[in-house]
Design a protein around this ligand. Structure first.
Ligand SMILES: [Fe+2]
Length: 320
């Protein structure tokens, strides 16, 4: 069978298209604004609103997969609060309509961090909103998590922001925090039960948008017990294989405090990134990858789910 994985398409619908410059407007300090602009133009992605064609090209190049996993981040999230923002929700709906239009029931979708919201780079604007969590199901029809047995494998998805909620604690609205924590307890209990129920001769493939969630998953005894059965964890979020490589090099670094919530969250995630090894992490890049390297694309696996051989993942590069 042929499995296709796409991640981080960051579709920009018309209501987000008119917000060009949204990121710098959210950064009050001129020096930080200049730094963020240099990072964007020099390395990350100069114009995040200009890449809808990339997903369309990936779909055209992959007309007949048997199963497709979309690993999160369907909009630009230009208000930093996820789907609670109508413009972001509209972008995500359009993005998923393109994917579902092409693949129908063969598509399994995962929640990314930008579906739920998170602080802007440096600016500290926005954050996860509980309405975004509600809209994940009601507007995008993405379940909190899912599982699918396939031959000798069980595919499982998790909502990375909810699992990694302690890392987002400072970004929650205080009056919404109890609802988030209750939801996290409920969903983690379901995921723990699902992992515990995996038969001993079955291998696990996890889809988890943001690897920040992995050390929190590892703290579940049900997950730790099954790590020897872990075939792979497909992450997104990092967009570029070069960034994923750098993150591996920096694994274990001390957390950086005093430079804002985003730097603290990323450095704390890297501090605990040694856990990635046990989960056999593999990045599905964004369609663009980094602007400077243009190293994006998609993943496929042509494999027999009944075979004991390792899954032969392939990264396809999308030139632009
Ligand atoms: Fe992303």
């Amino acid at each position: 069978m042929k499995l296709l994985v796409v991640s981080d398409p960051h579709w920009a619908g018309p209501a987000e298209q008119v917000r060009r410059g949204y990121e710098s407007r959210a950064i009050p300090h001129p020096l930080q604004r200049a730094l963020a602009a240099a990072w964007r133009r020099g390395f990350w992605l100069a114009d995040p609103l200009a890449h809808n064609d990339k997903l369309e090209r990936i779909i055209a190049l992959n007309p007949a997969p048997d199963l497709v996993v979309a690993n999160g981040d369907y909009s630009v999230d230009s208000a930093f609060v996820g789907l609670a923002d109508d413009a972001c929700c509209d972008s995500a709906e359009r993005c998923l309509a393109a994917l579902r239009g092409a693949y129908g029931e063969r598509l399994l979708a995962v929640a990314g961090d930008h579906e739920l919201g998170k602080h802007s780079l440096f600016g500290g604007v926005g954050g996860p909103r509980f309405e975004s969590w509600r809209r994940l199901g009601s507007r995008l029809s993405i379940p909190a998590w899912w599982q699918r047995d396939l031959g000798r494998y069980r595919l499982i998805s998790v909502p990375s922001t909810l699992v990694a909620l302690p890392a987002f604690e400072a970004e929650l609205l205080p009056d919404e925090a109890p609802a988030w924590w209750a939801e996290r307890r409920r969903v983690l209990a379901e995921i723990a039960a699902a992992v515990a129920s995996v038969e001993v001769d079955r291998r696990i493939v996890l889809f988890c948008h943001d690897p920040t969630a992995l050390p929190f998953l590892e703290s579940l005894p049900e997950v730790r017990a099954k790590l020897p059965r872990w075939e792979a964890t497909i992450i997104g979020h990092l967009h570029s294989p070069a960034i994923a490589g750098l993150a591996r090099l920096l694994a274990g670094m001390p957390p950086i405090r005093g430079l804002g919530s985003t730097v603290r969250r990323y450095s704390s995630a890297l501090h605990r990134a040694r856990a990635w090894e046990a989960f056999r992490v593999r990045l599905c890049p964004s369609p663009t990858g980094a602007q400077a390297l243009k190293d994006g694309g998609w993943l496929t696996a042509d494999w027999d789910p009944e075979s004991p051989e390792p899954i032969p993942w392939r990264h396809h590069r999308l030139p632009w």
